[in-house]
Design a protein around this ligand. Structure first.
Ligand SMILES: CC(C)(COP(=O)(O)OP(=O)(O)OC[C@H]1O[C@@H](n2cnc3c(N)ncnc32)[C@H](O)[C@@H]1OP(=O)(O)O)[C@@H](O)C(=O)NCCC(=O)NCCS
Length: 337
């Protein structure tokens, strides 16, 4: 019987460069509280958020993804034609087809690449790192452009005290390519899908349409979440996942240059860092303070900031962990570009 031919890719992969697109409009807690029954002081104390960015009317996830992607490709010293695969992690691309990845690829001149979206909410970027690593090492791609982007303002109810103050819009990107040395550690990932009701959209788009067609005035479907439940899940169970990612990579927490967890709430970040016994010299990303929670954009934006602000050495190690709706999570140690 004829044996199927096979191929192997690069021995290892690593992040070559990052990019970011933070929307222009800065939104203060006071502005949030013009419609939300809350206060600047409460939001600062309970979430750590002082400002977040909102995309302009009509500025879509593709509009946010494209400049972040271009910046990452330029910094990697590549041309768009060098990209073999474009992956966009997002939950707020508001058309079912084509994918945000296809539209982003076309926009930036990487139309030849294979394209697909990843829908794992706040774990989207770290899931994407795992997929990109396997694509490159498996020989399916040489250079992967990975974007994490969300325009959360389309899916939040500005009057909901349980969620409105947390979210923002933004895009972060990374170019991942071949490497002679290991640049991405084993990914620890999984889920707790039985708890999906902790964070979900209140109605589907078709339910919304049907209600309108039936003559009703339904509310726009929005995200709703059990904040304290997610808080506890994140603090207690995600610290353990992060620990396993360190163990799998055979890296001691003291050897990290940076800890870049999902930017959901400063209290979650600080609690996780405490449980992991992250030492003082390790930079802990606290992008949430002026970005809010940008869902799939959160980790790549925070990563881009620690890298471009020179807070960490090139080649230093960072522990990434994403977690959220699903419930889903993924974590890995990466070498910084
Ligand atoms: C949503 C979140 C900020 C709420 O903070 P919390 O400390 O858990 O607050 P609670 O819901 O327990 O409420 C505490 C008190 O604040 C009040 N409160 C809740 N939301 C409020 C708001 N927006 N403004 C003012 N007061 C508020 C509550 O009514 C309650 O008052 P009480 O003690 O008099 O009953 C927090 O749970 C959180 O960040 N969870 C994680 C969410 C998350 O990460 N989601 C994304 C997943 S990736």
């Amino acid at each position: 019987m004829t044996r199927i031919g096979s191929r192997r890719g690069a021995e290892y992969a690593r992040i070559l460069a990052t990019g970011a697109r933070r929307p222009d409009r800065i939104v203060t807690n006071d502005e949030i509280c013009e419609v939300l029954d809350s206060s600047d002081q409460w939001i600062r104390e309970r979430t750590g958020i002082i400002t977040r960015r909102f995309a302009a009317p009509g500025e879509t996830v593709v509009d946010l993804a494209a400049p972040a992607a271009q910046q990452a490709i330029e910094r990697a010293g590549l041309a768009p034609a060098d990209v073999d695969a474009v992956l966009v992690a997002t939950s707020t691309h508001m058309v079912s087809m084509p994918s945000a990845a296809a539209l982003t690829a076309a926009r930036i001149g990487a139309g030849q690449a294979t394209t697909f979206d990843l829908s794992t909410a706040c774990a989207g970027f770290t899931h994407g790192v795992a997929v990109a690593n396997d694509l490159i090492r498996g020989g399916s791609a040489r250079h992967v452009l990975l974007v994490g982007v969300d325009r959360m303002t389309d899916v939040i109810d500005p009057r909901d005290r349980g969620s409105a103050m947390i979210f923002g819009d933004g895009a972060g990107a990374a170019v991942i390519g071949p490497s002679d040395t290991p640049g991405i550690g084993p990914t620890i990932w999984g889920g707790d899908a039985d708890q999906w009701e902790a964070l979900y959209q209140t109605a589907s788009w078709t339910e919304y349409r049907d209600a309108v067609q039936a003559g009703g005035e339904p509310d726009w479907p929005v995200l709703t979440m059990m904040g304290p439940k997610i808080f506890r899940w994140a603090v207690w169970q995600m610290a353990d996942v992060a620990r396993k990612a360190l163990e799998a990579a055979e890296v001691d927490v003291a050897d990290l240059a940076a800890f870049v967890p999902h930017q959901a709430n400063i209290r979650i970040i600080d609690q996780m860092a405490k449980q992991l016994k992250v030492p003082e010299h390790v930079v802990v990303a606290r992008d949430v303070v002026d970005a809010g929670n940008t869902t799939a954009g959160s980790i790549p934006l925070a990563l881009d900031r620690v890298v471009t602000e020179g807070q960490v050495p090139s080649g230093g190690l960072a522990l990434l962990i994403g977690f959220g709706a699903g419930l889903s999570y993924s974590a890995q140690v990466v070498a910084l570009p």
